[in-house]
Design a binder for this molecule. Structure first.
Ligand code: SAM
Length: 282
């Protein structure tokens, strides 16, 4: 689907460009915040899987404190954003934690979020596995970075065994909610876990080298985890706002808008460079 057809079909995609957001995902964080008031009084914030940076844009606008620090981490390079330190790193790599802590001078974070999504291969089981690993890595980083009482938000896909993840999260946070912002397509399994009130388990140390396994780690350190939990589900954002699955007539969409931030390292970059040098025929 080309740029202009997306402009016509997806109002959030177009609205993001009109309002200067680098991606339509900005509305998801804004709608989560309007429901849960997550972005008040923050000093140290970590945005995992942050490129192209619309969540970091929201964070830099909302976190106004002069001493505040926002760290954005992604595999991809990110164009700079005022007030945000960007780190090109893999969230599954053990050294990423110490790189973030160095930026915070060893102080804990108030808020960690992750909107991580792997490149889809089309092999459903593999894609699901990599997505699960990303969520676990984000959670491991969150448990190692957050101060007691801090919050964690992450994108999930509501698949098999998600109730087991809610149970495990329920042992680490006072309140766990599954939230679906209005701007997240109703037809997609995407949702966000909103975990508030981090309560580190006494004696439990996150082990970054040894990833959390379903049914592992927390029970193996003295917790019984027999019951699966159903987290409350909340649809958030103004329900009279645009429905991301609906079609609206939009006269303005006749003009296609340029992206707010062109991709820094697009997969087609090599081909464009080769064509420019005359090494590739049209
Ligand atoms: N929240 C972002 C925004 O508002 O602009 C959009 C995030 S995008 C949906 C998902 C991102 O996850 C991609 O930029 C991708 O590079 C990143 N990602 C995937 N695997 C990663 C990993 N292992 N470490 C760091 N970033 C990763």
């Amino acid at each position: 689907m080309g740029k202009s057809s997306k402009d016509k079909r997806d109002l959030y995609y177009r609205k993001a460009k009109e309002e200067g957001w680098r991606a339509r995902s900005a509305f998801k964080l804004l709608q989560l915040d309007s429901q849960f008031h997550l972005l008040q009084g923050l000093n140290r914030v970590v945005d995992l899987c942050a490129a192209p940076g619309s969540w970091s844009q929201v964070l830099s606008q909302r976190v106004q404190n002069e001493d505040a620090k926002i760290v954005a981490v992604d595999l991809q390079p990110m164009s700079p954003i005022d007030g945000v330190v960007t780190l090109q790193a893999d969230i599954t790599h053990p050294k990423t934690l110490s790189r973030i802590l160095d930026i915070f001078g060893g102080e804990p974070a108030d808020f960690v979020c992750s909107d991580g999504a792997p490149d889809v291969t089309g092999l459903h089981d593999l894609d699901e596995y990599i997505q699960a690993q990303l969520i676990l890595s984000a959670l491991e980083l969150a448990t190692a970075l957050l101060r007691p009482g801090g919050s964690f938000v992450a994108k999930i896909f509501r698949g098999r065994d998600i109730d087991l993840m809610y149970s495990q999260l329920g042992l680490l946070f006072e309140k766990v909610t599954c939230a679906k912002p209005r701007s997240s397509r109703g037809t997609s399994l995407e949702a966000f876990i909103v975990c508030q009130g981090y309560t580190p388990r006494p004696g439990w140390k996150p082990q970054l080298g040894k990833p959390l396994q379903v049914g592992d780690t927390i029970e193996s350190q003295g917790q019984d985890l027999e019951e699966r939990m159903v987290a409350p589900f909340i649809a958030c954002g103004d329900l009279s706002a645009y429905d991301s699955d609906a079609t609206y007539s939009n006269k303005k969409a006749k003009t296609s808008l340029d992206p707010v931030q062109s991709p820094t390292a697009p997969p087609y970059k090599k081909a464009v460079d080769m064509r420019r040098k005359g090494l590739l025929r049209k």
